[in-house]
Design a binder for this molecule. Structure first.
Ligand SMILES: [Zn+2]
Ligand SMILES: [Zn+2]
Length: 164
């Protein structure tokens, strides 16, 4: 006798299962599920392939994060130092705006020229880190720099509309 609440695979009605497709959340079982790079999928969803340039692997995301945050720290400290020494008013616009532009570039390259939403997060957060580092040296311009820089950084790795 089956337990109460036991769920059965819609494709294999004999098979009890609690596995679900990672994309559409339909029930799947070990007989019909398909392993993909992004987890277990039902046969329908396994056919929908995302173009590889819009799907960065975890290794590529790791490289992109290392490059993006590394750039934020190096550029942040260097430009903070320059702004501190030369006392350039509104230099933070250029410092953080430029850091964002550079971060978008290095994140894009380090990921193997991918464009995806997780990369947008990495680019945006790395620009935020540059902002946090530079702000104590020049508080006036960095907020404008953050707006400009994070826009550039996030746009650089933005997937086109319709890409899931
Ligand atoms: Zn599915
Ligand atoms: Zn099944």
């Amino acid at each position: 006798m089956a337990e109460m609440n036991a769920a059965y695979c819609p494709r294999d009605p004999e098979t009890e299962t609690n596995l679900r497709c990672g994309r559409c959340e339909e029930l799947i079982c070990p007989n019909c599920l398909i392993h993909t790079e992004v987890g277990s999928r039902c046969p329908d969803c396994a056919q929908i392939r995302t173009l590889p340039m819009f799907e960065a692997s975890s290794g590529e995301l790791g490289k992109a994060a290392a490059a993006g945050f590394g750039t934020a720290i190096v550029v942040g400290i260097a430009s903070g130092f320059i702004l501190g020494v030369f006392n350039l008013s509104l230099g933070g616009v250029v410092a953080v705006g430029g850091a964002g532009w550079l971060i978008g570039e290095v994140v894009h390259r380090a990921s193997g020229y991918k464009q995806s939403r997780p990369l947008q997060w990495i680019a945006g957060l790395a620009t935020l880190l540059a902002f946090i580092i530079v702000t104590p040296f020049e508080p006036l311009g960095t907020l404008i720099g953050l707006i400009i820089g994070s826009y550039y950084a996030i746009q650089r790795v933005k997937p086109p509309r319709g890409v899931q």
